[in-house]
Write a protein that binds this ligand. Sequence first.
Ligand code: FAD
Ligand code: NAG
Ligand code: NAG
Ligand code: NAG
Ligand code: NAG
Ligand code: NAG
Ligand code: NAG
Ligand code: NAG
Length: 607
Amino acid sequence: MYVHIIALVALFFAGQIHGALFGDPAHLPKGKVYDYIIVGSGPGGSPVAARLAEEPALNVLVIEAGPTGFDVTDIEVPALTPYLQPTSSFDWNYTMIPQPGLDGRAFPFSRGKVLGGCTALNWMFWVRCARDDYDRFARVTGDDGWSWDAILPLWNKIERLVPPLDRHNTNGEIDSSIHGKNGAINISVHNAPYPTDEPVVRAAQELGGDFRLIEDYNSGDPLGLGWYQGSIGNGVRNDAATAYLVPALQRKNFDVLINTQVTKLVQTGVQGGKPVFRGVLFAQSRNAPTFALNASKEVILAAGAFNTPQILLLSGIGPSADLSTLGIPTVIDHPNVGQNLSDQPIVPLPYGAAEEQDDIYSNLARNATFFQESLSEWETKRSGIFTNGANNQLGFFRIPATDSIFEGQPDPSAGPTAPHLEIVPFPGAFAFLGTLPPTGFFTILAAVLLTPTSRGSVTLSSPDPFTQPVINPNFLNTTFDIAALRHGLRAADNFSHAHAWDGFLTGRALTWALVDVDVDAEVDEFARESAITIWHPTGTAAMARCGTPAEVGGVVDPDLRVKGVEGLRVVDASVLPFVPAGHPQAVIYAFAERAAELIKSGHRACL
Ligand SMILES: Cc1cc2nc3c(=O)[nH]c(=O)nc-3n(C[C@H](O)[C@H](O)[C@H](O)COP(=O)(O)OP(=O)(O)OC[C@H]3O[C@@H](n4cnc5c(N)ncnc54)[C@H](O)[C@@H]3O)c2cc1C
Ligand SMILES: *[C@@H]1O[C@H](CO)[C@@H](O)[C@H](O)[C@H]1NC(C)=O
Ligand SMILES: *[C@@H]1O[C@H](CO)[C@@H](O)[C@H](O)[C@H]1NC(C)=O
Ligand SMILES: *[C@@H]1O[C@H](CO)[C@@H](O)[C@H](O)[C@H]1NC(C)=O
Ligand SMILES: *[C@@H]1O[C@H](CO)[C@@H](O)[C@H](O)[C@H]1NC(C)=O
Ligand SMILES: *[C@@H]1O[C@H](CO)[C@@H](O)[C@H](O)[C@H]1NC(C)=O
Ligand SMILES: *[C@@H]1O[C@H](CO)[C@@H](O)[C@H](O)[C@H]1NC(C)=O
Ligand SMILES: *[C@@H]1O[C@H](CO)[C@@H](O)[C@H](O)[C@H]1NC(C)=O
């Protein structure tokens, strides 16, 4: 394995490697002391690790459960993303428990098990989310450092805006002045047109209002319909591994261990009356030998919103009643670990497409020649539809304050700049959106509920670290959520009625055509039988202000340190106390960049 990995690395980086990528824990350098051990390499872990390694005096180790995804076509080619779901060899293949709010359905919950985490499998939507999302993070933690204005300069370190490959004029599609030009991650607008571009833009111009065209939804005020920005550069996916870890591997003080799962944290002492957790145990599989390492400074959990709480619980940091049921001794009773899981449901709405060539994805699935031609165009010329993400526009809108939905229900959005709902037009139908008929051509208008009030949980069914945690997003558990989603479905249907779609769409299709959109119960039933996840779980190790969890809630403090514990921090989607009203990867990169600054400066918000 080791030889194989090193050979791969040599090939990939043409011999520029100085740090090391290890495929087997037995090959880690004996006696080397790591200052920081980072568990997981998604957009939480990779930036923290890479920024800490910029200090030559610090030794940094990343431990990642999955393999590398370098040179994997389905990962590199942006438009092939749908082929990575619902399962792939780079996925944990998790499933959720049956959801009462979704007619008792349970379905797969994609999570990257690969260097780069979910950013190697995700749909690459690059959305900073709303000013009010950040300002609420600042408000609930009492730390202004999380506010929109305080985070703003970090985009220069994160983003590198690159021009589209087809060199089309991007005026009106993106405000380049607000984007970073020299950061770690290449971002771009679409590299090729999609057939839906013209009707979508004309419908937005015709309807205005919620669908008014905006130049750039990353300004802090995302309301309106804008052009897709993706974590894509020159027609190739940029993920946390390619953007942050590959450059950092040129440093001697930076090591990465792959195919290895952290199974438990180990208490290494007591400091100021608090347990210290600087030790990790790790293994390649249930029956493989277990290894141990202690960090001299900190262990940083970045295993994602499911696996971070799993590791905490396995280590005796969690609700003591749950732990004792499993026979895990409680080290510190931490009632909120794994609680408050928040995720956003998406409902794909199928419309008939009049012309078969306008359904790109059905054609790719059914016509091998078309698929091969598109792939070779990407491989040989870096042009064509395979250089694009899965769609070219998205819209964000609010439910009007006067709507009866807010009677007896406070507005769950972060504030007036934050949308409740999103509409995403897709140029074709994907298999993961449900069983597709073998014939017919479609355009999908998907509606997403961005501000769910339902809260679920991640718990353990077993003290075995290789058993998947129990995932319960608790979708559509509240009256607000179903009513808000209903509003979203109706708004999307209104969008389809613009004259701009005449001759392009043939009307509602499949079971959506059987729904009377004016009847609440029918729309709700359609939502419950067809909603899936948009894969944005957050909140399972939430940050809160200084104070004990019993007094102020949360799991981590405003510096992302685990409360009541020394030597342990969480930097990933788990810490977000509210799911941001958009797509979370950019937010998590920003959190990770700030976390690196907090760690380097020794900042301490709480005693
Ligand atoms: C299919 C899909 C599409 C998405 N589309 C978008 C999108 O278009 N735009 C957007 O903004 N967001 C999108 N997201 C969400 C976004 O990718 C995630 O929110 C983000 O990657 C979460 O970052 P993270 O660091 O918290 O965790 P992750 O990215 O999940 O990274 C965690 C890493 O830790 C590793 N790990 C877990 N447990 C252990 C362990 N015990 N030991 C060692 N390593 C471990 C995992 O293998 C993984 O590599 C999508 C997600 C998915 C799955
Ligand atoms: C997930 O399923 C795929 C097959 O779809 C398989 O190749 C892969 O190994 C599985 N992943 C895990 C972690 O078991
Ligand atoms: C990002 O784009 C730059 C400039 O086009 C290119 O040199 C670099 O290789 C790209 N980075 C990645 C990680 O693809
Ligand atoms: C980690 O520290 C603990 C407490 O000091 C010690 O018992 C253990 O042996 C150390 N483990 C390693 C791998 O050094
Ligand atoms: C869940 O989150 C809400 C909103 O932040 C908070 O009021 C509540 O205390 C949290 N509950 C737990 C168990 O953390
Ligand atoms: C399949 O795609 C090729 C290449 O685009 C095209 O020439 C051909 O007509 C398509 N076949 C069918 C049956 O649509
Ligand atoms: C809401 O969630 C709670 C807790 O999981 C559950 O007991 C209840 O049945 C759910 N109610 C609905 C309407 O989904
Ligand atoms: C849909 O359009 C109708 C007719 O213009 C309007 O009354 C209704 O408010 C719209 N619904 C939404 C959710 O936008």
